[in-house]
Design a protein around this ligand. Structure first.
Ligand code: FE2
Length: 293
């Protein structure tokens, strides 16, 4: 699923923003110069007014649908009612990308409101691959998988996250959303080299990049240590910008969005972050070309 349409090219050239409900009226009124909009469909499924506004915006901006309610790693299976509602929304918006997390969030039909870690095993690979095929079949389009933010390693894992992502791509030919901030914070939390992680990420499968803010908290398991938590409550931190520059040199220019969900800033601050992403990507692209010469 290479992004070759005009909309896709526009998304590569100009960073998008995660569109959250408090900003939507201002985005409708002012049409800020961002490349595209990524939405959480769960915010719109039961909000017809917001969906009307979004449908209007979809005429002017490429849209990406980023789900938080598809529990692709859940042993219980996919919620088919939710999946059908998602399909209806997608048919209405005709998004360029549809994506979700490598995680699980439901058990016995209850949503846990969290993206929980999966053990990286052959059995998990089978579950995720089966669910991915079901989701793509119902939605009628590719479903891009995002790397998680990680705080613990599960003793039952028999593969690293990178080995699992490679195995998933090999087994399903799926595309991946590389959340660069997740790589930075997971590298800090789990003690691995984030740059090496980017170097060894399945580059040929990358369809999108994410940037978001995180929060440093005391690590109760390690006296004096800090844990970086994927709160999306701050501007993108400098180490994540540097890692993003490295990711562009490695993957080439990719559709990128800045995510901000909590302690939401003004729209101007958020679009300023998107403009910074454009500058960082432009400079990294020059580096990439210079090295290629
Ligand atoms: Fe993300």
């Amino acid at each position: 699923m290479a992004i070759t349409s005009d909309a896709g090219q526009h998304m590569v050239e100009r960073t998008g923003i995660g569109l959250r409900l408090p900003h939507i009226a201002e985005v409708v009124a002012t049409r800020p110069p961002v490349g595209w909009l990524e939405i959480h469909p769960e915010n719109f499924l039961a909000n017809p007014h917001a969906l009307e506004l979004l449908t209007d915006l979809a005429r002017d901006y490429p849209i990406s649908v980023h789900t938080v309610g598809i529990s692709i790693g859940s042993a219980d299976g996919i919620d088919r009612v939710h999946l059908r509602r998602l399909r209806a929304l997608i048919e209405r918006l005709n998004p360029v990308l549809v994506s979700g997390h490598l995680a699980w969030s439901t058990v016995d039909g209850t949503y846990l409101n969290d993206l929980l870690p999966l053990p990286y095993t052959v059995e998990t690979l089978r579950v995720v691959a089966t669910h991915l095929a079901e989701v793509q079949d119902v939605l009628g389009r590719a479903y891009v998988i995002e790397n998680p933010s990680t705080y613990v390693s599960l003793g039952t894992s028999t593969m690293t996250e990178l080995q699992f992502l490679h195995a998933l791509v090999n087994a399903t030919s799926c595309r991946l959303l590389c959340d660069v901030s997740n790589v930075h914070l997971s590298g800090h939390n789990m003690g691995y080299d984030a740059y090496r992680f980017i170097d060894e990420f399945p580059a040929e499968a990358v369809a999108e990049l994410h940037l978001g803010g995180f929060t440093a908290e005391d690590d109760e398991a390690t006296p004096g240590g800090t844990l970086l938590v994927d709160t999306h409550a701050h501007a993108v931190a400098e180490p994540a910008w540097q890692l993003y520059a490295h990711a562009i040199r490695r993957f080439g220019p990719q559709p990128t969005i800045v995510e901000w969900d909590n302690d939401l800033p003004t729209l101007a601050v958020l679009t300023g972050e998107a403009a910074k992403s454009d500058r960082v990507r432009g400079a990294s692209r020059e580096d990439r070309h210079a090295h290629a010469r």
